[in-house]
Design a binder for this molecule. Structure first.
Ligand code: RB5
Length: 156
């Protein structure tokens, strides 16, 4: 699996740890910085990682202090479903229900062991293709109120 990964200064230490562990696990890792813990703007790194998908990378991982800024930025791209996860259950649901392709983590929120457990769960889970999940994902991608009306309804 090819994984594009990046952080700002707030997520640097955790990102470095995850790069090591992913490489040890045999993953093809693209490290998009930052490279020395220098102060950087998280949207710049988020854009680099999001640009790697879906061509150069299968999944993305973004780490900032809280994970919030990275998640906000990645979510602005049409081809990205970003998920900020703080436990393994969220990571599995993010893939299975939401079909997330970018995982966001808070380097000042969770430690390396929990982060690694979240990452492993995220990359080993797959999007489910039940009708209801597909319908809801389409609604997430709506672009305005008329789309929302057209897609209303459902069940399950
Ligand atoms: C940087 O200090 C911090 O704002 C950033 O890492 C992140 O938490 C933003 O959401």
């Amino acid at each position: 699996m090819r994984i594009s990964l990046g952080s700002d200064h707030g997520g640097f230490q955790l990102k470095e740890e995850l790069v090591l562990r992913l490489e040890r696990a045999g993953m093809d890792v693209m490290d998009r910085g930052c490279s020395g813990g220098e102060t950087v703007d998280y949207p710049d790194v988020a854009s680099s990682v999001c640009s790697d998908l879906p061509g150069a990378a299968d999944l993305g991982i973004l780490v900032c202090g809280t994970g919030i800024g990275m998640c906000n930025t990645a979510s602005r791209f049409d081809h990205i479903i970003a998920a900020l996860c703080t436990n393994e259950y969220m990571a599995r649901m993010a893939r299975e229900h939401n079909a997330a392709n970018v995982l966001c983590l808070g380097g000042r929120v969770i430690g390396p062991e929990l982060a690694w457990a979240i990452v492993r769960t995220f990359i080993t889970s797959e999007p489910l293709s039940d009708d209801r999940y597909i319908r809801r994902r389409k609604k997430v991608r709506m672009t305005g109120p008329s789309d929302a009306d057209a897609l209303k309804g459902g069940g399950n």
